[in-house]
Design a protein around this ligand. Sequence first.
Ligand SMILES: [Fe+2]
Ligand SMILES: [Fe+2]
Length: 318
Amino acid sequence: MKNFDVFLSETSSHRPEFLNLIEQTGKVHGELREQLKSESSIWDEKFFLLDKSSTWKSIDHRTKESILISLGKKILQEAYYIESAGMAYSGKMILTSKTKEERQFYCFVAEEEARHLRLLETIGEFKTGPLDVPSFASLIGEIIQESSRKCHFLLIQVLLEGWGLDYYKDLSQSALNENVAKAFKQILKDEIRHHSAGVILFSESSQMSEVEFMEFLKFLERISVMVKIGPYSVCEELFSHIPNPDLKMVRELLFETGAVTQTEKKLNLIRDLLEKVLSEKEMEIITLKKILEPMDIDSMADFLYQSIPGTYLHHPIH
Ligand SMILES: [Fe+2]
Ligand SMILES: [Fe+2]
């Protein structure tokens, strides 16, 4: 079943009756929908490990604040699209459930994902054009549309929702804004059950076929590449404020912020999550293919230097 869109546009304000109806429905479900947006940065320099960077220390306070605001917006933008994907995912799982209770469970999940998205809408401003879907969310959308049921449990619920637990906890604990902290804490409470259901349903269903395993590896490789490249957003935002950044500066930032160790930690978390449900043999294949091995600092610096706007690729004269 692929004939549906994972990411949808917003309902036009010319349809006030329908918009009113959804507000009423939210209230019936206990929603308090106050707007809690804030203009200042939500996560500080320590959260992004920038406090250790000499390039960071060299820039003025106003620029720092504007970088932190942009980085915070990117985090919220990604969360917005991940929760949007969550609604489509539960919808698909409702239709393909194998038992009545499974279907009931995914109906609850669908409601929770809709609430998560509406909660985020109260704390942030989002760009919702067709080109505004962040690449990680877009990959999740592809998995939801393309992959088999077995891979759905494994990639979406075991891996990504499991990963989300750690990430949302971090976002909640480090948020400078109390409303944002509360929102992520609330989302986290539900995601724990979504992840547990994935572990149970994956383990209860039949052995993964070779085709399903290969399909899983293909997506795992793409997910891990997004982790392996290191702090892309941080580099993108920081170096957009530095005239002619060079490769040495990128490498220095990675060194000072311990980017390789941070990436290794993230890849190990993915490994721990997969070990919950995969066999030793399957884990061995992942190890042999080096899918969860971090890049060394020079490869990471090269990759980031060539990908971030304002550097090498964008100045062909160099
Ligand atoms: Fe969610
Ligand atoms: Fe979820």
